[in-house]
Design a protein around this ligand. Structure first.
Ligand SMILES: *Cc1c(COP(=O)(O)O)cnc(C)c1O
Length: 407
């Protein structure tokens, strides 16, 4: 299906664009040129397909969740198993594509920032695969919280730089990584992990993640002989969701639903659901729906799922929301935790706590639909990374909610 809209100069309606310091503009233009040159190149596509099949393990299965479907007594539920990819999530679809582009642009070095460490691990993995030098910037505070991921990144041969500026957090890490890029762009490529950032990154990430819906479309046609009635995915920056939506955008018969994290509740301020609550603003070089303070600075955000804990959202999702081409809902920590336990117990699949947000929404949605209808939900990652901390986070979330209620 052809898209019902065009991306013009990096703008999705009023969202997106390039809001960066002048020295970065030509760097981004070079990436856009390379992307346009290689995205249709048969040799590039063949190499990407090779790594997807032989390294990542694609196509990932589309699994009919029989137990869940029976329990809920409504629509048939299919899980797109991106959790079975090498490294346990969808992020690798994008990092492999960007690393291949970086190589063709002559880059010898990859840099990235990471908060919880997941994007750092996915980046370090492909740097090892393609034999490139790799530096991961991480707020010093985060390096202590995520010491296991720091070790994992170093094990993969990359170098972790703890950032001691500012609040020593993710924002400080982004700023430092951008300064590195300005100084070293002749041989360094900046790897972005979600469908965010200045043009052309959202388009690039959309392109590489669209493999999710290309596979799912073919698989559901094979198994059911028709397309789904609804497609659901969780939304942090929005890369797994845009990949899951891509092939279905603009088909009026298919409802697209993005699930944002409501944290402790949309009314508490302790959430990370910019589409559900906020107004347009600029963050990290692009315009989007943003949680912001009175001065327009990105506001505090929170979710039990570190992969969803971001105050902005991809420009394309901001646009899909405005045009009504997709719907966005929010699921709180407690609903996500229930879904995390439910899917583990009933299907024998431990989902990432991020993906559990999408599962939780499907649990509400399926019973309102007919048994002859079909939902496809993206399982963006596996929950092994969360098992150790889930008990603890559950207690922290309960305590914080109690505190907020007593205020
Ligand atoms: C990083 C991550 C997400 C959130 O990122 P998006 O860009 O919104 O997809 C969701 N699920 C998992 C498993 C992740 O690792």
């Amino acid at each position: 299906m052809s898209k019902p809209y065009e991306v013009k100069d990096g703008y999705y309606g009023g969202f997106g664009g390039v809001f960066v310091p002048p020295p970065l503009v030509p760097v981004l233009e070079k990436i856009a040129e390379a992307f346009n040159r290689y995205k249709e190149d048969p040799e590039f596509i063949a190499e990407y397909d090779y790594y997807m099949k032989q390294y990542v393990g694609k196509p990932s299965p589309l699994y009919f969740a029989k137990n869940m479907t029976e329990d809920l007594g409504g629509a048939k539920i299919y899980l797109k198993r991106e959790d079975l990819n090498h490294t346990g999530a969808h992020k690798i679809n994008n990092t492999i594509g960007q690393a291949m582009l970086a190589k063709r642009m002559g880059a010898k070095r990859i840099i990235a920032e990471t908060g919880a460490g997941q994007h750092g691990v996915a980046t370090a993995t492909v740097a090892a695969l393609f034999g490139m030098e790799c530096t991961i910037y991480m707020g010093e505070v985060d390096t202590h919280k995520q010491n296991l991921n720091v070790f994992r990144i170093e094990l993969l041969g990359a170098n972790v730089v703890p950032v001691k500026d500012g609040d020593r957090d993710l924002k400080a890490a982004v700023d430092t990584a951008l300064m590195d890029l300005v100084a070293n762009h002749d041989h360094t490529f900046y790897m972005l992990g979600s469908a965010v950032g200045p043009h052309p990154y959202p388009a690039l990430v959309h392109h590489f993640q669209s493999i999710i819906s290309r596979e799912a479309r073919e698989q559901i046609l094979e198994q059911e002989g028709r397309l789904p009635d609804a497609v659901v995915a969780c939304v942090g920056g929005g890369s797994n969701a845009i990949g899951m939506f891509s092939e279905f955008i603009g088909d009026p018969a298919i409802k697209l639903v993005g699930v944002e994290p409501a944290g402790l509740g949309l009314g508490t301020g302790e959430h990370a659901a910019p589409i559900s609550t906020a107004s347009p603003g600029v963050i990290h070089g692009f315009k989007c729906y943003l949680m912001q303070d009175a001065e327009g600075n990105p506001a505090h955000c929170y979710s039990i799922a570190s992969g969803l804990d971001y105050p902005g959202v991809g420009p394309e999702h901001s646009y899909l929301r405005d045009t009504g081409l997709a719907d966005y809902v929010a699921i709180d920590d407690f609903e996500a935790l229930d879904a995390f336990r439910y899917l583990s117990r009933r299907e024998g699949i431990v989902p990432a706590i991020e993906s559990a947000h999408a599962i939780a929404h499907v649990m509400k949605m399926a019973p309102t639909m007919r048994p002859d209808q079909i939902i496809v939900v993206n399982l963006s990652g596996r929950g092994d990374k969360d098992v150790g901390t889930i008990l603890e986070s559950e207690q922290i979330a309960l305590d914080r909610r109690k505190q907020l209620q007593n205020k």
